[in-house]
Design a protein around this ligand. Structure first.
Ligand SMILES: [Zn+2]
Length: 488
């Protein structure tokens, strides 16, 4: 490989295989028969091995790392920078490690489902312990890479993990934002709860009205492109697939249809971002989503800032033939809950603080896997006053850790904070936004993001991207002010 063009061609091969891999993951979560797990494990093991092999192709690595390849514009320069980082990070472990990691994490994920169902942490403990130790080994190796010393030498193992999801944002900065946010929230909470209780009204919603067709219709109103994406069902809603083929899933629970609608809105925010990334650079590292925090800002914006607004309640109330005030209070309860994904937009960040502390201590070897349930329950009670009586309501509720993903959780709260910043600018750009939303016009919401957020893709690291979009630094105060205005 001698030229930039040859390097790019090679990378496109890796990206193409990666997108096939994500469709296989989507299938595993939606339609794959249970008995096919070993077959699928074989697919995924082979694919992740191949991706690792191609990423580590000596010719590709040499071409990128030699710095002999000349970039002819800023995007090419950024691609070379991102390739360099990803080559170095992935070279930290060998193929044998990658295959082992893929096998253990797939197995652990499958076992986690049963463990969660039976609320039995013990049943997954040995396998999970092995997975945690593999993750730590991986981080240790990345941290000690000579060529990444300037980036990671002063970071904790957890800081290294966080950088894989939120490149460029220091973990101590994130910790400050998150703890200040939770402190500010805690002070305000009694007042918010009291007001929400006072405004609570009974409401009956016909769950039959909110079905898959309803969700699809809403997606269409936000200009989701159904020729390059689809909606299906899964236990844990997610947005997968790839820019040219976005696979969105939702839960369709007949007893709580309203929540399904909001999980669809959430995933739709992710999906629109993926669909809106510049097509020209879809297979290039600089053309990807910037970070998990920016991704999450997109989903939170739709779910909470638009979806749980008074204006959206007005729109939805007409559709569902219910009282708009009652619907608004139904969509905006403030109450402490065991389950992260069921919690309201205010107390949600407590759940993140808890996970942040637990995963930080697991990765830094300060918390042993066997002590996780006890530590989780104690800290949860401290934060919320609620006593966890079974692990399915506690440390078994989320899939992330059991698939080997650590360092992701803080991005959820960062996304909330960045969404609040975007909302300030959105209101300035569209002073009539609530009339439009009340009338069921949503395309302009997507267009606002298409204007400000999507085109930047991963041209810069996360803090720089956010700064460029809003022209200031993200502050937890903006989200707290939004809480005050809405719930105070
Ligand atoms: Zn999300």
């Amino acid at each position: 490989m001698q030229t930039y063009g040859q390097v790019l061609e090679h990378w496109k091969k890796i990206e193409t295989l990666g997108s096939a891999q994500s469709i296989l993951y989507w299938d595993m979560e939606t339609y794959m028969p249970e008995g096919s797990t070993p077959t699928r494990q074989a697919h995924l093991t082979l694919i992740s091995g191949l991706i690792h092999q191609w990423t580590n192709d000596p010719k590709f690595k040499e071409a990128v790392l030699s710095q002999k390849i000349k970039a002819s514009n800023e995007i090419e320069k950024r691609n070379l920078e991102l390739w360099t980082k990803s080559i170095l990070v992935s070279s930290a472990v060998d193929e044998k490690f990658v295959a082992k990691f893929s096998k253990i994490s797939t197995e652990c994920n499958v076992k986690w489902r049963a463990a969660k169902k039976d609320s039995n942490f013990k049943s997954i403990e040995p396998l999970f312990k092995e997975l945690v130790s593999l993750c730590r080994e991986n981080l240790e190796k990345i941290k000690n890479l000579p060529d990444l010393k300037s980036r990671y030498a002063n970071k904790s193992l957890y800081g290294v993990a966080f950088d894989q999801f939120e490149p460029g944002l220091d973990i101590t900065e994130m910790e400050k934002l998150l703890t200040n946010l939770c402190k500010g929230t805690k002070d305000r909470l009694p007042q918010f709860i009291e007001k929400a209780q006072k405004n609570k009204k009974d409401i009956q919603i016909d769950p039959k009205l909110i079905n898959k067709e309803f969700c699809k219709d809403l997606m269409g109103k936000f200009a989701f492109d159904f020729t390059k994406g689809r909606l299906d069902e899964s236990t844990h809603p997610f947005c997968g697939g790839t820019t040219g083929d976005v696979r969105l899933t939702t839960r369709l629970n007949p007893t709580d249809a309203v929540e399904d609608l909001f999980s669809t809105l959430h995933e739709l925010g992710h999906a629109l971002y993926e669909q809106g990334l510049p097509e020209k650079t879809a297979y290039e590292p600089a053309g990807k989503a910037c970070s998990m925090g920016v991704h999450e800002s997109q989903s939170r914006f739709l779910e909470n800032f638009i979806g749980r607004s008074r204006a959206f309640s007005n729109y939805l109330a007409q559709k569902l033939n219910v009282d708009a005030e009652a619907l608004y209070s139904r969509l905006n309860p403030i109450k402490l809950d065991y389950i992260r994904v069921d919690s309201d937009e205010v107390t949600y960040n407590f759940h993140i603080l808890l996970r942040f502390e637990m995963e930080r201590d697991l990765m830094e070897g300060k918390l042993e896997v066997k002590d996780l349930p006890e530590k989780w329950n104690a800290r949860f009670q401290e934060l919320t006053g609620l006593k966890v009586t079974k692990d399915s309501l506690g440390c078994l509720q989320d899939t992330h850790w059991y698939s080997g993903s650590f360092g992701y959780f803080p991005s959820y709260s960062l996304g909330n904070m960045f969404a609040a910043e975007l909302f300030v600018d959105f209101q300035k750009a569209h002073p009539d936004w609530s009339e439009k939303v009340s009338q069921g016009h949503f395309e302009f919401v997507r267009n606002f993001m298409a204007d400000r957020v999507y085109p930047l893709a991963a041209h810069y690291d996360s803090p720089e991207t956010m700064q460029k979009i809003i022209g200031r630094k993200v502050s937890e105060q903006t989200l707290l002010q939004y809480f005050d205005k809405k719930f105070g």
